[in-house]
Design a protein around this ligand. Structure first.
Ligand code: MLT
Ligand code: ZN
Length: 466
């Protein structure tokens, strides 16, 4: 579907001649996230530079009844930033500046297109720390992180993106500019719309600026990788370390995933012996006593028979290499176009849940290779089903979505989440009912209607217009 020439002309008037892209290469680049299921087909791509330009775009879209797809770093894994039907893709790439920094409030206001890593570096230059971190930090944008409430590898200690958003400037689907919460720590003045926009995946409006809280930097970080004998033992190790010390991360991955990362990223194996599972733990080495404590806990885990081997980082570069074993997993596996389940349950129910998912996966995917990894310390499991080369992406997706329904039903029984941190987008929409009640889904539609009465904001994603 093409966008009519008079509309293209109006778009040029709003953002400038050079910032309206209509070529196929740009469509392929800006019209899709990291999912591989959909073929992008936007009508046009625009690159605004200010909130006022975004507002003018939303007003135009309302007047012309055209759909908008907000586009950040497009590192999403659920199709939230996919444009399939001639939409106007609003790419925030040029809105990447620091607007304000306040050392007393320990906060920074940035435009939504700022790359996560740039925000982390900015914080570091101020002697502070932005703790939300994940493998795609080098290309994801802060607006997209907020729109998906991104989690990542430090949630166990620092929480999700939501916990760091002190204020937002957004253009809602009505075309209003809303300034939400003004960076305040305390503000009990009724409904907090900021939190509605966090995790809303662009269906209510477009985030253009964010005020982000910053933390004090951690002390030297120490990384431990342990070879664990089975799933239940991972949970025992988690409980032992969580009870015994303050962790900044607790991740896990399986041997078949690690072997691929070692090959892809050319990193050394952590130790010679092979284990079915590996747990990666990180803690702040505040004192010598902390290190001794970690060693004691490690010995307990070995004595209990949960852990067979382990290694502790002796240098920054060794710590970085150990982290790669986990962080490079997603990129490494992308070659197999994996079907991704991103599920969570309460940590206390993890052992029982894991046993059931493991059985289900073994029964349903006897012929597929399954790589497990995730943020087990947060109750979040990533189940990656690798596509066999001989299957087409359509055949593979059909097969996996069937099994995903059963996994989602199990998640529902455990009152868990069918999308722990990747968002809903297009991919998880059909499974929402396993985590959210019909009453909640209706309310979601009504909320969407209030912010986006014409249904122009990222249509088809998360929830349909009422
Ligand atoms: C991760 O934990 O590595 C990310 O959520 C990405 C992924 O699951 O592939
Ligand atoms: Zn993850």
């Amino acid at each position: 579907m093409t966008v009519a020439p008079p509309v293209i002309e109006k778009l040029r008037e709003i953002v400038g001649e050079q910032r309206v892209l209509t070529d196929e290469v740009s469509f392929q680049q800006y019209g899709v996230d990291r999912t591989t299921i959909w073929q992008p087909a936007p009508g046009v791509v625009v690159l605004p530079e200010t909130t006022e330009q975004v507002q003018a775009l939303v007003q135009l879209a309302n007047a012309e009844k055209l759909a908008l797809v907000p586009s950040g770093g497009r590192t999403g894994l659920s199709g939230g930033a996919v444009a399939l039907n001639g939409e106007i893709v609003v790419a925030l790439d040029r809105m990447n500046k620091v607007v304000d920094f306040n050392a007393v409030d320990r906060s920074v206001t940035v435009q939504a297109g700022m790359i996560t890593q740039q925000l982390q570096e900015f914080a570091e230059q101020q002697g502070l720390f932005y703790p939300v971190d994940f493998a795609s930090a080098g290309s994801s944008q802060i607006g997209g992180n907020i729109a998906t409430n991104a989690g990542g590898i430090k949630v166990i200690r620092y929480g999700m993106t939501r916990d760091w958003v002190l204020g937002l400037k957004v253009v809602d689907g009505n075309g209003n500019i809303l300034e939400l919460n003004h960076g305040l720590v305390k503000n009990n003045t009724g409904l907090d719309f900021r939190h509605l926009f966090i995790g809303s995946e662009g269906v209510l409006g477009i985030i253009t600026e964010a005020t982000i809280g910053l933390a004090k930097p951690p002390k030297e970080l120490c990384v431990l990788v342990l070879g664990v004998v089975d799933f239940p033992s991972i949970i025992e190790v988690l409980k032992t370390f969580n009870d015994g010390m303050e962790l900044t991360a607790f991740e896990f991955f399986t041997h078949n995933g690690m072997v691929r990362v070692v090959d892809h990223s050319q990193v050394p194996v952590p130790f010679e012996s092979e284990a079915p599972f590996y747990a990666l733990l990180e803690f702040e080495q505040t004192s010598e006593a902390e290190l001794e404590r970690a060693m004691e806990l490690f010995e307990t885990c070995v004595m209990e028979g949960w852990v067979e081997d382990g290694v502790i980082s002796q240098s920054l570069s060794q710590a970085e290499n150990l982290w790669k074993l986990r962080e490079d997993m997603s990129e490494t596996l992308s070659r197999w176009k994996p079907y991704k389940n991103d599920i969570s349950v309460n940590i206390s129910r993890m052992p029982e849940f894991l046993a059931k998912v493991e059985t289900l996966a073994a029964e349903q995917y006897p012929d597929f290779e399954v790589v497990w990894y995730g943020h087990i310390g947060d109750g979040n499991l990533h189940l990656n089903i690798l596509k066999p080369d001989e299957l087409s992406i359509e055949q593979f997706t059909e097969r996996c979505s069937g099994v995903s329904k059963q996994i989602a039903a199990l998640v529902g029984e455990f009152r868990g989440s069918v999308s722990a941190e990747h968002g809903v987008g297009l991919l998880k929409k059909d499974y929402l009912g396993y985590s959210r009640s019909p009453e909640e889904l209706l309310l979601m539609q009504q909320v969407k209607k209030a912010f986006d009465p014409n249904g122009i904001m990222n249509p088809g994603k998360v929830v349909d217009a009422a």
